[in-house]
Design a protein. Structure first.
Length: 231
């Protein structure tokens, strides 16, 4: 009897074991996890950098097109100014972080907002007003605007520029010295730590994650207004 040709020989099918399927699934999940991690800790910074530049450029163009009135003094009461979530309202510079450090400040602290800059707790007052101007920023991912925040010391300056003026705040505490939980909202009070007390000076509060990885701990820095330069 003639032997079967190669293409006529019966083919033995290999059975795929359950262990193989599980192994492949773990591999896929692992690759996806690595991809997500890589984007969060590297890719998101590249995306945020472009967003920062766009927000700063747009804001400066708006200021040029609609400059502050001559002799502008203190900003109008908060109730008289429209607060648009996600809209840029100022710029922050921290001399200790270098001459190139300039980050847009946007209204609100939602996830999408913090991916484009520093977020202003819009339940707090505006820069230069009596009370507490409070902001939040990422310490890692999304541009990492507050990555070095814990390096700040008492006496370091935080400069906030708006359409009307440039406000120079001075820190009274180092963010490395105070850690609270993410639900400790007393740090956002008009006078932090003194509930019900009426503010007598403009203050600033800086908040960020205490750890480099996700946690409920927040590092807090407090300061007061040192000077105002009207535009």
């Amino acid at each position: 009897m003639d032997s079967l040709a190669d293409d006529e020989r019966p083919v033995r099918r290999r059975r795929v074991s359950g262990f193989t399927v599980v192994g492949v699934l773990f591999l896929v999940v692992g690759l996806v996890a690595v991809g997500v991690y890589a984007y969060q800790y590297f890719g998101s910074n590249l995306v945020a950098d472009r967003a920062y530049q766009q927000e700063k450029s747009t804001l400066k163009q708006q200021w040029q097109a609609d400059p502050a009135p001559a002799g502008a003094a203190q900003p109008a009461p908060a109730a008289e100014q429209q607060r648009v979530p996600g809209q840029a309202m100022g710029l922050m510079r921290i001399p200790k972080f270098g001459a190139d450090y300039e980050v847009p400040i946007l209204t609100g602290t939602e996830t999408g907002t913090l991916a484009k800059g520093i977020g202003w707790y819009d339940s707090s007052v505006r820069p230069g007003q009596l009370g507490n101007f409070a902001v939040a920023g990422h310490r890692v991912t999304n541009g990492e605007p507050f990555r070095r925040l814990l390096e700040l010391q008492k006496g370091d300056q935080v400069i906030v520029e708006t359409r009307d003026a440039i406000y120079t705040y001075v820190l009274d505490t180092s963010p490395a010295d105070l850690t609270v939980q993410d639900d400790d909202t007393w740090v956002l009070d008009p006078v932090p730590g003194k509930p019900g007390e009426q503010p007598t000076q403009p203050l600033i509060t800086l908040t960020t994650c205490q750890d480099l990885f996700h946690s409920v701990d927040r590092s807090i820095g407090f300061g007061h207004l040192q000077s105002t330069q009207n535009k």
